[in-house]
Design a protein around this ligand. Sequence first.
Ligand SMILES: NC(=O)c1ccc[n+]([C@@H]2O[C@H](COP(=O)([O-])OP(=O)(O)OC[C@H]3O[C@@H](n4cnc5c(N)ncnc54)[C@H](OP(=O)(O)O)[C@@H]3O)[C@@H](O)[C@H]2O)c1
Length: 295
Amino acid sequence: MAQIISGNIIARTIRQEVQSDVATYRKGKGRNPGLNLLLVGDNPASELYVKFKAKDCAEVGITSVIQRLPVTASQAEVLRCIEEWNANPDVHGILVQLPLPRHINEHVVLRHIDPAKDVDGFHPENAGKLLIGLPGFIPCTPAGVVEMLHRSGINPAGKHVAVVGRSNIVGKPLAMLLAQKRKGGNATVTMCHTGTSDLAHHTLRADILVAAAGVPEMITNQHVQPGAVVIDVGINRVQMHDGGSKVVGDVHFASVEPLASAITPVPGGVGPMTRAMLLVNTMFAAKGTFLSESR
Ligand SMILES: NC(=O)c1ccc[n+]([C@@H]2O[C@H](COP(=O)([O-])OP(=O)(O)OC[C@H]3O[C@@H](n4cnc5c(N)ncnc54)[C@H](OP(=O)(O)O)[C@@H]3O)[C@@H](O)[C@H]2O)c1
């Protein structure tokens, strides 16, 4: 039986740590850390994610503000909002909920955020810092995966990690983090994608297999070597025969769990870690941890 790595439990501990960090910050500064969230349009999933983020903030004592703009908002309006927040010292962290409506250029918007307030870690400056090993904001999902490995006593150093997926928000930054010459890294990383000719050839050699492809249950027992650690980043809503729906990961849990030494569930695995790391990044922003490097 595999060890079930509970993101719910680890994230709860992290939230408690952030809560105590916030209390110390408030005592010293006389104010709360602040996170502003921008939601453009009425995508129901985005609405839900933003509400969860605000709820998480409230739980640990971070002040959050949700600014809603209509789906018809222009790119200039979005940029103006970000400029105001960049200049406001009470706004420590800025998050623009993605996806944006199609007429708004996501890259332009993300580049507009002050890198010192970029708690999602999507600004090219922070992405570049991650690549060359300088301190900066790390996107919440890869940061969460590394943190959950660390807190579960799984050291990637010297191990072969296969990451299935190369998106800018999950696969690529995670591969960079794990390959870095530092604690929590030092792994030999293979990044797989749709151009990979024989996926199983690579995943079967992995001591740690991370699935971040967005394809429901694509990783089966045919892809996993006995004793591997399996981290499932995927969150996919699938239809059931009775007309309802459920959320599954990218890993076929029932066939992989008996083989793995440790595995994350979906839900309750990487998802809660992502939410917790946003709080951690917001505290970094409030404390100005990366400020000197960002100016
Ligand atoms: N748990 C969380 O907090 C969290 C956070 C973010 C995302 N997610 C979930 O994680 C999954 C990935 O998200 P994402 O934003 O990274 O998705 P994405 O932008 O769609 O990227 C998916 C990546 O997987 C690769 N891929 C797709 N099908 C593949 C296949 N059959 N074989 C090999 N590689 C394949 C794609 O390759 P190409 O580059 O060649 O197209 C791409 O690089 C989704 O289910 C998403 O909902 C979860």
